[in-house]
Design a binder for this molecule. Structure first.
Ligand code: GDP
Ligand code: MG
Length: 597
């Protein structure tokens, strides 16, 4: 394929505006996948993605298409739409020349529409505005085209109107892609220069490296060099995703595909690395990607200490497929050996935890998530804090800083009041308020990340009846009056239960947490005291009275199988428990410190 016949593009949109469905239609219309083989959202093949109906990992797929007697190769890169995965979106953008900016004909422009469109503009992509779901009876494509013009500067006459569901307009969209997305350029005879934009692990083939060829040609059987890793390998297979792997003899400038090089460990493949020829005279390295920023940390501990090495293996496998996730060993007095893990956001954290439980079958105890803090101590040294128990005692702190994010919330104007109230309660500072169209406003606030990560998105959804949308980006660290609050169980500090909170909230939070813990801790044969403290000052206390219910007592008499079942159930319930001294604490209790009011 000559590069003039290649088009590389992605679809960017707010979640649920129809990216995956449009990808399905494109695969079908180009005959890449027959209607019979078609199952919906074909690119979302991770089990978890299907369960939750969202796209987590970016996928690429190659489509062949004939137009006016000319063959074209269309490479589509599907991107995730959730705020937590902005990093993957940006990786996809770097491999494309064009982006379909998809907007739901009823919902209109949303927070991530704006965020993704600006990201695409930063990468200098040609943007094709597309209005989807025109089949809906309440579709309002003319108004949506105007909203897009006001917020994104797109020309209403250039908006392509489609229904990804019925296929209406999709043929015309392919014509627009071929006419308007620039060809990728590059010279197939030049020295090989390719960008690694993703990788995954296949149990039989080892590491599969996803590449976009910038210059030159890579052939089956040749040797290649990863410039940043400094390693050399033989290409045993290469090809493209159609969407299943299809091997080819070569890939050249402009093409997107995969390499298999007998690489046994995914840690040898770096996302953002450049592939070139072996030896001392390779091509220039391409600019890599920005490292993704971990915004949220939590501890993961195996319920059963025996599972520690199994957990480590499972985390390693995950981090290979998902370089935005990071982990390091952590030891807790309360929970034993485990790992401190860094995530892009809360959804990301939830997904990793579920994957671990599904794929590795390990029961986990997870500690309450926290953001990264910065502390300058009395000696003027700066510390980056990833876990509350590392916060020094109050007397050693000169300045305590927390991350602040700029939040864009897009809402119908009936809901401006409730959203402003919510943002103020979360210590937000309003930056601006604009109208995108009659009746739709964009509010911008600077809010501490800690106030955003836990549940701001859900809260905005519920106070706007689902119509409000949120996106945020990091602004920087700012000083705040924060304290470390500890929890003591029978006088013993439980390190994994410490949290960081505002001094002004500490008394209220302390009382709430002690109350919640009292509910979550089962009765023991003895009394259990739960206290919240700042430094040596106790701010709240609750007592769990003694005595423990005997679960088998209520079925005295003959039914032995029933009794066994109950005992078994009790045993399973215990798995997720941890003993603190002689007090057993459940997984739920470790999350209880998050409970607010
Ligand atoms: P994504 O989150 O952007 O990937 O969105 P999906 O492709 O998963 O679509 C979200 C929902 O919108 C699904 O229930 C789709 O069936 C529906 N949908 C997508 N495109 C259309 C369309 O053109 N018309 C209608 N009526 N529904 C659509
Ligand atoms: Mg999707």
């Amino acid at each position: 394929f000559m590069s003039t016949q290649i088009r590389n593009f992605c679809i960017i949109a707010h979640i649920d505006h129809g990216k995956s469905t449009l990808a399905d239609r494109l695969l079908e219309v180009t005959g890449t996948v027959s209607t019979r083989e078609m199952k919906s959202q074909l690119l979302d093949d991770l089990e978890l993605e299907r369960q939750r109906g969202i796209t987590i990992k970016a996928r690429s797929v190659t489509m062949r298409f004939k137009r006016n007697g000319q063959d074209y190769e269309l490479n589509l890169i599907d991107t995730p739409g959730h705020v937590d995965f902005q990093y993957e979106v940006s990786r996809s953008l770097a491999c494309c020349e064009g982006a379909l900016l998809l907007v739901d004909a009823f919902q209109g422009v949303e927070a991530q529409t704006v965020a993704n469109a600006f990201a695409a503009m930063e990468h200098d992509l040609t943007i094709i505005p597309v209005i989807n779901k025109i089949d809906l009876t309440h579709a309002r494509p003319d108004e949506v085209a105007e909203e897009m013009m006001n917020s994104l500067g797109t020309d209403p006459d250039e908006c392509v109107r489609v229904s990804a569901k019925t296929g209406q307009g999709v043929d015309g969209l392919i014509d627009t892609i071929i006419e308007h997305v620039p060809d990728p350029g590059g010279d197939p005879k030049a020295k090989l220069q390719a960008m690694v934009f993703d990788s995954n692990y296949d149990d039989f083939r080892g590491a599969i490296t996803y590449v976009r060829i910038r210059q030159g040609t890579v052939r089956k059987g040749q040797k290649i060099r990863f410039l940043r890793a400094g390693t050399e390998h033989e290409v045993v297979e290469l090809g493209q995703f159609t969407p299943q792997r299809q091997s080819r003899d070569s890939l050249s400038a402009g093409q997107v595909g995969y390499l298999i090089c007998n690489i046994k460990s995914l840690s040898d493949v770096h996302i953002g690395d450049t592939v070139s020829v072996p030896g001392d005279n390779p091509a220039e390295p391409l600019p890599g990607y920005d490292r993704p920023k971990r915004m949220v940390y939590c501890g993961l501990f195996p319920s059963d200490g025996q599972d520690f090495s199994e957990l480590r293996d499972a985390l390693e496998r995950l981090s290979i497929n998902d370089p935005s996730f990071e982990f390091e060993p952590e030891t807790s007095d309360a929970l034993g050996f485990g790992f401190r893990c860094g995530f892009l956001g809360l959804l990301h954290m939830e997904i990793i935890q579920q994957r671990l439980e599904n794929e590795a079958d390990i029961d986990l105890v997870q500690t309450a998530p926290n953001v990264t803090y910065e502390i300058t101590d009395k000696r003027g040294e700066v510390h980056e804090i990833h876990k509350p128990q590392d916060v020094p005692d109050p007397g050693d702190i000169e300045e305590f800083r927390q991350p602040i994010v700029r939040c864009n919330v897009i809402v119908p104007d009936d809901f401006i009041g409730p959203v402003m109230k919510l943002c103020q309660e979360r210590r937000g500072i309003q930056k601006s308020q604009e109208y995108l169209a009659a009746g739709r406003a964009m509010l911008t606030y600077d809010i501490p990340l800690a106030e955003v990560v836990y549940d701001l998105h859900d809260k905005i959804k519920s106070c706007t009846r689902g119509y409000g949308t949120l996106d945020y980006e990091m602004v920087g660290y700012e000083p705040a009056d924060l304290v470390r609050m500890d929890i003591l169980v029978n006088g013993k500090r439980v390190d994994a239960l410490s949290i960081v909170c505002n001094r002004a909230d500490a008394d209220r939070r302390g009382r709430a947490v002690a109350k919640r813990l009292k509910k979550e801790i089962e009765r023991h044969m003895f009394e259990v005291a739960v206290q919240a403290a700042i430094g040596s000052r106790v701010i709240a206390r609750e007592t769990v009275p003694a005595m423990r219910k005997n679960v088998t007592a209520k079925c005295y008499g003959g039914d032995i199988t029933r009794k066994r079942k109950l005992l078994q159930k009790q045993k399973e319930g215990k798995k997720r428990m941890k003993a603190i001294g002689n007090v057993e604490i459940s997984q739920k209790a470790f999350m209880a410190v998050l409970s607010d009011s």
